[in-house]
Ligand binder design. Structure first.
Ligand code: SAM
Length: 305
């Protein structure tokens, strides 16, 4: 899978992608990350990429022309051109990006309705105004061939870039960052670890917070102990390691007795407890069994389980 990031700070990502799983995934050729400096697509002496907002107000806005040229330069065509298929459209886009021809007619051609689904590519604008980035969105992106991420700065990006090129706006949370770079790094990280082969064990991405329910996981996957529990939309259970005693607290005995059935039950109860305490809204759409509901009632009423 390939990620392309358009940014005014390509250097920002040097450290971010140089460690751990994301570094290994690149080294093993499972993912590729292309960084594209927006200023290379500005043609004045000062390599200007921003301008004052129409209508007045604070700050500056990223201008549309350098962004359009950057996108076309990396083979991203306008949505209106994708009816011809991404590859064909991309050729035209690359040529236009290279030759700096007019962008005036980009909105005029009709958009093919099913093109996005067929293309295997998504063009994403990082924005506090976007759809919330969740594990479910990460799963959707992990099935694609290519994700293009546009990082805003200042007061944001001229909206016509969104209208002409972007398939979706994504927000990583209800707060405002000073730029889209941190958000892009979050999207790349959460997405790439769900690509088959990136995590050592094929199933380890399943047994995590917001992961699938047990029933949807093939628990016979080699190397997955039967003591693990699928989250089914809940947060994960707490983890402990050696030493058994630390800071006056002992790790739960049940985890050390080797009884996988008991461990599974304890972990499920902990998932329910943590979700109820920290993210109660998740319980509304979680897949809960009759046993889960019984445990939840007991937790709520303070009953001993
Ligand atoms: N004026 C914008 C607003 O109020 O929605 C905020 C602009 S912000 C200072 C600059 C850039 O940071 C945005 O264009 C976007 O790319 C990025 N950004 C800020 N918050 C974000 C978030 N929660 N998720 C994703 N990107 C974000």
């Amino acid at each position: 899978m390939r990620f392309d990031i358009v940014t005014i700070f390509p250097g920002f990502f040097e450290g971010v992608f140089a460690h751990g799983i994301v570094r290994r995934a690149q080294a093993e050729g499972l993912i590729e990350i292309g960084l594209h400096d927006l200023r290379e697509y500005a043609h004045d002496r000062h390599r200007t990429v921003d301008d004052r907002p129409f209508g007045g107000g604070e700050g500056m806005v990223l201008k549309p022309e350098p962004l359009a040229e950057a996108l076309e330069g990396i083979g991203v065509c306008a949505k209106a051109e994708r009816g011809a298929g991404w590859e064909q459209g991309s050729e035209a886009a690359r040529e236009r990006g290279t030759n700096r021809r007019s962008f005036d007619s980009l909105r005029s051609a009709p958009v093919a309705q099913d093109d996005k689904a067929a293309s295997g590519t998504r063009v994403i604008l990082l924005s506090a105004q976007g759809r919330l980035f969740t594990q479910q969105v990460a799963r959707e992106l992990a099935g694609l061939e290519r994700v293009v991420l546009i990082c805003g700065r200042y007061e944001g990006v001229d909206e016509r870039i969104n209208e002409i090129y972007c398939d979706m706006e994504l927000s990583i949370g209800d707060y405002v960052l000073s730029g889209g770079e941190l958000a892009a790094a979050v999207v790349v990280d959460a997405t790439m670890r769900l690509i088959p082969g990136v995590l050592g064990n094929e199933a380890s991405g399943e047994f995590e917070s917001f992961g699938a329910a047990d029933a949807e996981i093939d628990v016979d996957v080699e190397g997955v102990p039967r003591s693990q529990h699928g989250a089914g939309g809940l947060v994960d259970y707490p983890q402990y390691t050696r030493p058994a005693e630390f800071g006056g607290l002992r790790a739960p005995e049940v985890l050390m007795n080797g009884d996988h059935a008991e461990i599974r039950q304890w972990r499920r109860e902990q998932q329910l407890r943590k979700t109820l305490k920290n993210r109660p809204e998740l319980l509304e759409r979680a897949e809960l069994s009759a046993e889960d509901r019984r445990l939840l009632d007991a937790i709520r009423s303070g009953e001993k389980i």
